[in-house]
Ligand binder design. Structure first.
Ligand SMILES: *Cc1c(COP(=O)(O)O)cnc(C)c1O
Length: 368
């Protein structure tokens, strides 16, 4: 069979790369290590029995949007819900980017912003962060001025680097951006601040959130956007009818009842993160500070290699491989722009983190 050629603009692209290897300790995708409470599972099981499976779900997802709106003190008309925040972002890009429009990101940042924008047919403009991964006011203003992006992404806290964006730069970006500004707050519960206060009918600001991380619900694929009502109306044009199934809608409503459980989980993860940072700072690594549930780090030199030879020989990749051989999977960011030799570890349970620390110590001292 001859393959049929895909769209020209997809030729240079490949799919999302985050290997799902089955190992004992998986610290590569920033999920919560904590399971939802047993009461949640029981309540959900009961609710499944009440679903009318022969009928389409509520297309407007009223109960779920109402519950999310109540939590954020906004109207349900300010809430758009989709299958993971990735689908939320895709919907924004379908509505506001596309052929002939440009989308701005500040690298290194979440790769899906550029990836989905390209799939939507937009031209992606990658601004650069400072060497310490903070945003540069001058660079943001340059990108906005020169490229007039129809969508500008900020990511706070930023994945994979870990810190919340500077609130003054978030504010000035919102003031100057010619198009929509999306602040991706997938890790909001860890952050000292949010951009939610900028969302109003006269702004073009949208804040995206997800159930995948702090809410311990990655399996459900549920995310949402808080935005002005006119934006929600635009997103409803591009959303497929009944895109949110009944099971997911009810799972989201029930999950939100367990807010205190979620908040306790965040506190536990933060305590573990600080412990990991202390341990990692005593190793031959560059370790970046984190306001999220993951830590970016770079091996500086491996035993048996001269210091600095790490980059050429791929110290990051070598350490990633050695960790994997010890049964610990982390994220290999070493081929990403601006992240040579960098790896990212998700904060897991204390047992998982202990396994990671021990494996990392070994990986750094092992000789080939
Ligand atoms: C994990 C993550 C998401 C979440 O995507 P879902 O589709 O909701 O699972 C979105 N943005 C960032 C920056 C993330 O790290």
């Amino acid at each position: 069979m001859n393959r049929y050629p895909k769209r020209d603009d997809l030729r240079a692209m490949s799919g999302y790369h985050s290997p799902q290897v089955s190992v004992k300790v998986r610290l590569n995708t920033n999920e919560s290590p904590i399971e939802p409470p047993a009461e949640f599972v029981r309540e959900l099981a009961a609710a499944v029995g009440a679903i009318r499976w022969n009928r389409y779900p509520d297309r407007a997802a009223r109960d779920l949007r109402g519950a999310i709106a109540a939590m954020h003190h906004v109207s349900p008309d300010n809430v758009f819900v989709a299958n993971g925040s990735n689908e939320v972002l895709q919907s924004v890009l379908l509505a506001y980017s596309g052929a002939g429009r440009s989308v701005a990101t500040f690298e290194p940042t979440y790769q899906l912003h550029s990836h989905i924008a390209r799939i939507a047919g937009a031209t992606v403009v990658n601004g650069q962060r400072n060497a310490d991964f903070t945003l540069s006011e001058d660079e943001v203003q340059r990108v906005l001025r020169e490229h007039q992006p129809s969508v500008t992404f900020l990511c706070s806290p930023n994945n994979p680097t870990g810190m919340a964006e500077d609130p003054d730069i978030i504010a000035s970006t919102i003031r100057s951006a010619p198009g929509v500004v999306v602040v991706d707050e997938a890790y909001a519960q860890f952050s000292p601040h949010t951009a939610l206060q900028y969302v109003n009918e006269d702004s073009r600001v949208a804040v995206s959130r997800t159930f995948s991380k702090t809410w311990s619900m990655a399996a459900a694929r549920l995310g949402y956007l808080i935005a002005p009502t006119w934006m929600i109306e635009d997103l409803e044009i591009v959303a497929l009818p009944y895109h949110l199934d009944a099971l997911k809608q009810v799972a989201g409503v029930i999950a939100l009842k367990y807010l205190p459980h979620m908040e306790r989980g965040v506190a536990e993860v933060v305590a573990e993160r600080e412990r990991m940072l202390r341990e990692m700072r005593s190793m031959p690594l560059t370790v970046w500070p984190s306001q999220a549930n993951f830590i970016l780090f770079r091996p500086e030199a491996l035993a048996g290699n001269a210091p600095g030879s790490g980059s050429a020989s791929g110290a990051g990749r070598t350490v990633w491989q050695r960790l994997l051989e010890s049964g610990v999977l982390v994220r290999d960011c070493s081929s990403w722009d601006g992240l040579a030799n960098c790896l990212r570890v998700t904060v897991g349970t204390s047992t998982e983190n202990d396994a990671f620390i021990a494996a990392l110590r070994n990986a750094l001292s092992a000789r080939d």
